[in-house]
Design a protein. Structure first.
Lengths: 413, 292
């Protein structure tokens, strides 16, 4: 048999044509064994301080699950393929990023941080028939518009204070009056309204409710009013940066609550506690996760292991938001296994009914509207003691005792 | 009476920070007719430098002011000579606008990489001290911020009015060709203007850092505040910056006290619109060519 030059050329041409098809087929097979989960996170912009912990938590959980062989869906193993993009804390940019992922065929999403960012992205996911498991959007507006696609690891904003108000209401001497400082944004407003209602139910009456703009340069006028009408409990519900400004001005001006101060955000960050030094001692704050809790799951084991893994991957800087973000991935893994299908609509139904007795974060159960069940996933409260976080509830499971009533700023050590 | 005195004191102290933060922006626009969008990030560079000096060497921020001013003086000079000068001088303002916008974005992201996006604050020993003047409470850090601002603005006024360099700078601002014909090295004057502005922005950053928490994301808002102060007070004069800054501070505190804090930004921009319509040159606004 002789091989002509024409035959060689034809052979090479055929091989050249076939190669991309073969590669494409291999690529398709590779893609078929992975599940794409996409989302945006604020790595720059106003929410970046906390947003990076969401990024860390998502990555850590996906890496861990993939290292352990992935998730079993209908008898087949899949790994997660995580696609996260920086939305720069910009709702419009986040919406565009999610829409682009939808156009690429992605249907499973994670949430950004900040209700104003999450809300418009939920609308995109809902229209596309997708699913979003998230923990960064707590405003009530996300759960009262009939969306079927969104699931939050936290209760909605107006329900987050219920467990804390019950605890504050049980303290002796009895807290009778409350003053609230709220930032002018949808989450803070809903949170404060919920807190006021929860406190009223716990026998704590509202004295004053002050509102501040999102960017605060001076809180003196509000603090002057508070000094003139001193409440038993002061609730400061603003972002970390404004919280630091208000705390400093409170200390400098000697503005004290009679019995207790609660800062919704700020004291959970080590930089914040360091900046306030001894004055931070006695502040209380909400917390959704603590490394000393007794929860564990099949991916990270005890909660403290998660903290170790985070430190190994990202250094010492840590905030509990990383754990809650990781829990979003763990919930996806559990729901996909239970659904036995990659169909997002089937996954929605599974998530709506799901009840996971224990994860890294504790039990997980959603309300019919998609937010976390406040009876199962209520916010805890901690107090800064000796510069560290001391979790105060549930009282039967923690060792720390509250320093109460707190002493005025000047007497703190 | 306290209801008037307290917001007045708070507004004036906040105004000192606004005034010092705006003077560099005002000078550059007055002399070079450049809208410097790197101004906010230069203020933050000053804040972060002072923060690092305090954290690493325990240096009091007030003592650190001359150091950060000297560092950013050099940076400002080089920035103008090697970057701004290359695109400055044409009829359009867009090349400098785009260049400064791009540099601001780059520096902001470098700050995020190095310091993280979390808010920082400089905490000197007296950070939590206050004085009581009758019924009025005054934070020591804000009082210090006002005092530093007044001293530096006075020093700049003396430089601009009483020194030969000040006369050269004003002459260059008023008539560039005339200054060239008189033998003035205009490029050098432009670079020195940028250097002085950067040094004052650095001082403003330090003052800001002891009075307020700061983060890289705020660079835009501090450029915006500088713009409002310049519109209110007028271009190119320290007195204009001081009046504009104090006016902005008083608007912030009085609107918070009597209308509601959420409305302070709305009132601030309403005042901006009113000034642009009624007196576009600002209260002291005829010092340099930028306002002509």
């Amino acid at each position: 048999m002789t091989t002509t030059r024409r035959a060689v050329v034809n052979g090479i041409s055929a091989a050249a044509l076939a190669a991309p098809a073969a590669l494409s087929s291999r690529s398709a097979r590779a893609q078929a064994s992975s599940i794409v989960i996409a989302g945006s996170v604020p790595l720059t912009g106003g929410q970046a301080g906390t947003g990076r912990f969401f990024n860390n938590g998502y990555k850590l959980a996906v890496d861990r699950i993939n290292q352990m062989g992935g998730v079993d869906v209908g008898g087949k193993k899949y790994t997660f393929d995580l696609k996260l993009f920086d939305d720069a804390s910009d709702p419009a940019r986040a919406r565009t990023l999610i829409q682009r992922q939808v156009d690429d065929g992605v249907r499973l999403f994670l949430g950004s941080y900040g209700s104003n960012i999450v809300l418009p992205t939920v609308a995109v996911v809902e229209r596309a028939g997708g699913v979003m498991v998230q923990a960064g959007g707590g405003a009530d507006a996300i759960y009262t518009q009939g969306y079927k696609s969104v699931f939050n690891i936290n209760p909605r904003a107006s329900l987050q204070f219920i467990s804390i108000a019950k605890y504050f209401g049980s303290l002796t001497p009895k807290i009778k009056t409350l003053t609230v400082i709220t930032a002018n944004n949808s989450f803070s407003k809903a949170y404060s309204e919920g807190a006021i209602a929860a406190c009223k139910a716990a026998g704590i009456d509202l004295l004053e409710h002050h509102q501040l703009p999102e960017q605060v340069t001076d809180s003196s006028s509000v603090l002057t009013a508070i000094r003139g009408n001193q409440p038993d409990l002061l609730l400061v519900n603003v972002n970390e940066q404004n919280s630091m400004l208000i705390a400093r001005q409170m200390i400098a001006s000697g503005t004290n609550a009679k019995l207790l101060e609660y800062f919704a955000l700020g004291p959970q960050l080590s930089d914040y506690r360091k900046a306030l030094g001894r004055y931070a001692n006695g502040m209380t704050c909400g917390i959704n996760w603590d490394q000393n809790n007794s929860f564990q799951d099949k991916y990270f084991g005890p909660a403290s292991n998660f903290l170790d893994a985070h430190r190994k991957a990202f250094g010492d800087d840590f905030s509990w938001e990383a754990a809650i973000a990781a829990t979003c991935i763990i919930v996806y893994a559990e729901a996909l296994t239970r659904a036995g299908s990659l169909d997002p609509l089937a996954l929605r139904e599974t998530l709506r009914e799901i009840s996971i007795p224990e994860t890294l974060y504790g039990a997980v159960k959603f309300t019919k509207d998609g937010d976390g069940d406040p009876n199962v996933m209520g916010t805890k409260v901690f107090q800064v003691q000796n510069g560290e976080i001391a979790v105060l509830i549930p009282e039967d499971k923690v060792k720390a005792k509250i320093n109460y009533p707190i002493v005025p700023w000047r007497e703190r050590s | 009476m306290t209801s008037i005195l307290q917001p007045t004191a708070d507004g004036l102290m906040l105004g000192g920070v606004f005034a010092l933060s705006a003077i560099g922006f005002s000078l550059i626009y007055g002399v070079l007719h450049v809208v410097n969008l790197t101004h906010g990030v230069t203020i933050l560079l000053g804040a972060y430098l002072s923060f690092s000096l305090a954290e690493e060497f325990g240096l009091d921020p007030i003592v650190a002011i001359p150091i950060v001013m000297a560092i950013l003086f050099v940076v400002g000079y080089a920035y103008q000579r090697f970057l701004i000068q290359r695109v400055h001088g044409g009829r359009s303002v867009f090349p400098t606008l785009l260049l400064t916008f791009a540099v601001a974005l780059i520096v902001k992201n470098l700050l995020i990489v190095h310091y993280s996006s979390s808010a920082k604050v400089i905490t000197p020993r007296y950070a939590f001290d206050s004085l009581s003047l009758g019924p009025v409470h005054v934070d020591v850090v804000r009082l210090a911020a006002l005092a530093i601002s007044l001293v530096l603005l006075l020093a700049l006024t003396i430089v601009l009015k009483r020194t030969s360099f000040g006369r050269i700078m004003r002459a260059t601002a008023q008539e560039e060709i005339g200054a060239r014909l008189c033998g003035v090295n205009v490029r050098h004057v432009y670079a020195l203007t940028f250097a002085i502005s950067a040094a004052f922005a650095a001082a403003a950053g330090t003052v800001l850092g002891i009075a307020l928490p700061f983060s890289p994301e705020q660079e835009g808002i501090w450029t915006c505040y500088a713009f409002i102060v310049v519109v209110l007070g007028g271009v190119g004069s320290p007195a204009g910056a001081l009046v504009g800054g104090c006016l902005l501070g008083l608007i912030t505190t009085f609107s918070a006290a009597y209308i509601g804090a959420p409305f302070s930004n709305a009132l601030m921009f309403l005042m901006l619109v009113v000034m642009l319509v009624a007196r576009p040159n600002g209260i002291f606004g005829d010092a340099f060519k930028g306002s002509r």
